[in-house]
Design a protein around this ligand. Structure first.
Ligand SMILES: Cc1cc2nc3c(=O)[nH]c(=O)nc-3n(C[C@H](O)[C@H](O)[C@H](O)COP(=O)(O)OP(=O)(O)OC[C@H]3O[C@@H](n4cnc5c(N)ncnc54)[C@H](O)[C@@H]3O)c2cc1C
Length: 259
């Protein structure tokens, strides 16, 4: 039998987590697991009022873990993430899906997380610890505790690009997603669905560090799948993803993702 426990704060909820419990935020994935009869948990832990605040502070943009995609789209402060949030699911899903939950979403999901990795965001845990998205992702499956917020360092307008490749538009899930950022000459290229987790394409980053002209873009695209292990699933084969990744990266770098 499934029990639901409600706590006042995320810190209390974090303390109540244990084996066979699952924290629920927007519930778009947790409730699907319940519906499908997932037997790996029998306690659902929730918080009465999650942090949905979004605003800029000295560190940059801070987004409470409970902020939904719709909250992000309604916030002028979070403009950098608008091109990503508007491509997550349909309107009903965006009203429920949180940024905190997106950090845990398995392939083929996690579009916002791909963007956060490119933007060099930090994940702030309920215990106050803060860690880069990259470290967070590498330890995600062993993680104990809850995410309280995400912080995104400031970036110049026009220095962040995002593209989601899907077969169905709108509302289709990603064949792959690509996020590119360039902060003070330090480019980041991140793919979703090109590995078990959102993954940096480091060879492409090194090529783009040499410049942003047509030659540098061609060089980056030529090596962009180096070291990646594209997902093989019902949406697309691993071979297909590897073949088309350079094409989509080139489109993104040359004309913002437009064909
Ligand atoms: C039909 C459908 C379409 C979708 N389309 C997309 C899409 O286009 N792009 C995309 O990226 N995703 C998509 N998703 C996946 C999902 O909706 C999103 O990733 C969403 O952001 C998950 O957030 P949530 O609040 O609903 O998570 P929940 O379902 O509440 O939780 C998901 C997981 O995250 C954990 N979790 C949630 N919040 C926290 C926290 N603060 N601290 C620690 N753990 C936490 C939960 O314990 C759970 O394991 C889709 C899902 C569905 C069902």
């Amino acid at each position: 039998m499934l029990s639901v426990e409600t706590y006042q704060t995320i810190t209390e909820a974090a303390g109540a987590l244990g084996d066979r419990s699952r924290y629920i935020a927007g519930g778009t994935l947790v409730m699907r697991a319940v519906t499908y009869g997932d037997q790996s948990f029998d306690r659902i832990v929730r918080v009465r009022q999650t942090d949905r605040n979004i605003g800029n502070d000295a560190a940059g943009l801070r987004i409470g873990a409970g902020a939904t995609m719709s909250d992000i789209l309604a916030s002028g402060d979070a403009e950098v993430l608008h091109p990503v949030a508007r491509l997550v699911g349909g309107p009903a899903l965006r009203n429920m899906a949180t940024i905190g939950g997106n950090l845990f979403a398995p392939n083929p999901y996690g579009d916002i997380t791909v963007a956060l990795l490119a933007l060099d965001a930090q994940v702030v845990m309920a215990n106050g610890q803060s860690l880069p998205v990259e470290s967070f992702l590498s330890g995600r499956d062993q993680l104990r505790g809850l995410v309280a917020a995400v912080t995104v360092p400031r970036i110049e307008p026009g220095s962040f690009l995002f593209s989601k490749v899907s077969r169905v538009k709108p509302k289709g899930v990603s064949v792959m997603s690509i996020a590119v950022s360039s902060r003070r000459g330090d480019p980041r290229v991140v793919f979703g669905n090109m590995g078990p987790l959102p993954t940096r394409a480091r060879a492409a980053e090194r090529a783009l560090a040499q410049g942003s002209d047509a030659n540098a873009i061609a060089a980056a695209c030529a090596v962009c799948t180096e070291g990646l292990a594209p997902v093989d699933d019902a949406l697309a084969s691993s071979w297909y993803r590897r073949e088309v990744a350079p094409v989509h990266l080139r489109r993104l770098l040359q004309n913002g993702g437009r064909v």
